[in-house]
Ligand binder design. Sequence first.
Ligand code: HPA
Length: 272
Amino acid sequence: MNLGAFDKTAAYFPDVCFATPPDVGILLGSGWGAALEMDEVVFRASYADIPGIGASTVPGHAGEFVLYRRGGKLVAAWCGRRHCYEGAGWEAVVAPVEMLRRMGCQTVLLTNAAGGINPLLEPGDFVIIRDHINLLRTNPLVGAHVPEWGPRFPDMSEVYARRLAELLRAGVNRLGIRAMDGVYAFNMGPAYETPAEVRAYRAMGADAVGMSTVPEAIFAKSCGMKVAGLSLVSNLASGISPATLSHSEVVAAGEAAKPKMRALIGDFVDRL
Ligand code: HPA
């Protein structure tokens, strides 16, 4: 990847998107569509029309960029993400974060659906991501060094900013939402894990597993952004319950959790 790969994507956005740095960027994962409450839309665009991003191929992803105001805050929201497993390359996966960086945004909230590994988790719970395990052993920064994206060897000792995690924690407590602070393991997918893999990830210290977020988090952290991460536990991970796994279950869990997602994201934005 190089900076130039994103110039065409950036050129698509009108000046209004670069005029004022958004207070926060939000990336909504599977089942998180319609989790935002907007007072006033400043600009919106369908992913299909944005060069370098392209239409989402995954049901449950709205595929829309929306710049909006809520209270006194300006929010740049990517409603739906592109995943590694879609095969469109790292550019499509990290372009949303690169656009946020070019807009001057310094804080990003990454959301996803995940399988619960920690035995205390139940479907419908949230996980405030405090750290991650990258099971891929590669990441979007592999390649020629791009100084605009941070140092050659970026520190990853606190990918998920403590202050933002504490803000999310205060929010779930205030709203009475069940949530655990935890470690998210990133498996590329699109195949779900086997029970043996889930047992191995548990032994490694993972609380939840999913197919996203970590590439964007590594990229954003390297660029100097403050990162927050939030998973909705849509199902128990493979082998933890006897049920087989399906994406329709993930989307349905997102639908059921919508009021909590809205309250939680609204609270987070308001108190930033
Ligand atoms: N595994 C991986 N990704 C997921 C899961 C899961 O169990 N649930 C939702 N996304």
